[in-house]
Design a protein. Sequence first.
Length: 134
Amino acid sequence: MDKLEKVVSEYIKLCEEIGFDEKLVLKDIKHIDFWLTYYANTLSSVSKSEKPTIVKGTYKAINEQAQKERLGMTAKDAIKKVNIAINRIKKCFDYISVDEMIPYKYGSRLYSRDEYLDTIITHINMHIKYLKKQ
């Protein structure tokens, strides 16, 4: 879990350095907000032995819809939501068995708890690399 907090902190710091007024950064942080909130919702459901609501569609369609839902959202709002999502993920994580299999997206394979966390970290790291290239 420390690794997740570290990578999110690095991501936010990079966004701050580039500047939130930069259109690309604002779009990216809204994307990260969507996915971290989604991961938190999924893990929350799994931790309560409830069936999570899983996103359907292509990644392109899901991401476009997420941007539409976040029109008018400021970077400050997105960062606040990212931090809320991280805290929710941390709270749920210990209530999920290491053997629990977690869905990622409709039609994709299931992930163990630790694989799911690694996937989240990898996703954020991809965005760090992407922003550094810009």
